[in-house]
Design a binder for this molecule. Structure first.
Ligand SMILES: NC(=O)c1ccc[n+]([C@@H]2O[C@H](COP(=O)([O-])OP(=O)(O)OC[C@H]3O[C@@H](n4cnc5c(N)ncnc54)[C@H](OP(=O)(O)O)[C@@H]3O)[C@@H](O)[C@H]2O)c1
Length: 328
């Protein structure tokens, strides 16, 4: 592994084509040059999320049409969540200097160094490890925007988080709790204690129990229940937030989201879906939630950069307990 900022090359994970984890190669490429508005970060950790797996596999095909590359990925080096130390700054950068500890989002984070826009980074809390910080950005944005913006969760409301043990779900549980909600997490048996430990008031083991009750807000990250089933679990004026979908190589559950959007204007319940946006204000909000102890990133396991393929393989199985993180 390169340790000097003077070294001209660096190790990365790169892919020339879409496919299973064996398309990921551990190789040397030139270290990125830092542009005027960018920060060069020596990566200490990179979070892995299901979006990385989708871009690796090129599935659903919809993402290729959305701009990731029709026949092969446009971006050779994957990875979008990162933490590390500032190694160099562009001439317009004012907020950071060499040696600062930061975290944020970008492209090509499965690498020893990454050049990131200044406004895609914030200072890492001193009390948070690099691994924890790297586990926050994309999954955290998704959970924050699902709970706060789409769910509009208010104190005292009953919130059901389906997929409460996953990368997004573990943040959704904690953010809904910090908003004052009474939270029920839906999980498989092995995750009951973990989801209680991050603050869920109630847990339902989906492998043994039917989902019951009426909820003001449902955050669905698992994506494998019908709209009719979910609407029966909502209060008459309740809000369903569809975060994820499953099934189908073309759309992977997007048709359910589309049906929800078309039905929503005609029923009392709000049926919402969204694509999370990465932005600095929300990164600051997430940083503050972590720093105050209201949110603790849950890390399933870490892998060295050379073993990123195994990490993506685990994430692709869709049963990680919280987040999987690469260390560089
Ligand atoms: N809208 C957006 O912008 C956006 C952004 C990011 C992610 N997403 C989507 O959000 C979804 C979740 O992402 P993630 O990173 O949290 O995935 P993840 O880490 O793989 O989590 C999936 C969770 O679903 C649970 N699960 C699987 N089958 C279930 C079932 N039948 N009932 C209840 N829970 C079940 C798993 O728990 P067990 O292990 O206990 O089964 C796991 O914890 C994905 O579909 C992803 O594409 C959307």
């Amino acid at each position: 592994m390169n340790t000097s900022t003077q070294t001209k090359t660096m190790k990365v994970i790169a892919q020339e084509k879409y496919g299973s984890t064996d398309v990921l190669k551990y190789e040397d490429i030139a270290k990125p040059a830092v542009k005027d508005d960018e920060v060069l970060v020596k990566v200490h950790a990179a979070g892995v999320h299901i979006g990385d797996w989708l871009v690796m596999s090129g599935l659903p095909y919809l993402i290729r049409i959305m701009g990731y590359g029709l026949s092969k990925p446009k971006q050779r080096v994957p990875g979008t969540e990162l933490s590390g130390t500032v190694a160099a700054v562009g001439k317009n950068v004012t907020r950071f200097k060499e040696g600062d500890e930061v975290f944020g989002w970008g492209s090509a984070a499965f690498a020893e160094y990454v050049a990131v826009a200044e406004n895609a980074l914030v200072a890492k809390p001193a009390s948070t490890s690099f691994e924890q910080a790297a586990a926050v950005p994309i999954s955290g944005f998704t959970a924050l925007q699902a709970v706060r913006d789409k769910g509009e969760v208010k104190p005292g409301q009953k919130v059901l988080v389906i997929g409460a043990s996953g990368g997004v779900g573990t943040y959704a549980v904690q953010i809904a709790k910090s908003a004052g909600a009474e939270v029920t997490g839906v999980v498989s048996t092995r995750n009951l204690d973990m989801v209680r430990s991050i603050g869920a008031d109630h847990v339902i083991d989906y492998t043994n129990e039917e989902l019951t009750g009426r909820y003001d807000v449902i955050i669905d990250t698992a994506g494998n229940r019908s709209l009719a089933t979910l609407r029966k679990l909502l209060t008459p004026q309740g809000t369903l937030v569809i975060v994820g979908g499953s099934g189908g190589r073309w759309l992977m559950g997007s048709s359910r989201s589309l049906r929800a959007m078309m039905l929503s204007p005609f029923v009392g319940q709000q049926l919402r879906t969204f694509i999370a946006s990465s932005n600095q204000d929300d990164l600051v909000t997430l940083r503050d939630l972590v720093e105050s102890g209201k949110v603790t990133p849950v890390i399933d396991r870490t892998y060295p950069l050379a073993e990123t393929a195994a990490a993506l393989g685990q994430v692709g199985e869709r049963h990680a307990q919280g987040k999987v993180v690469i260390t560089a």
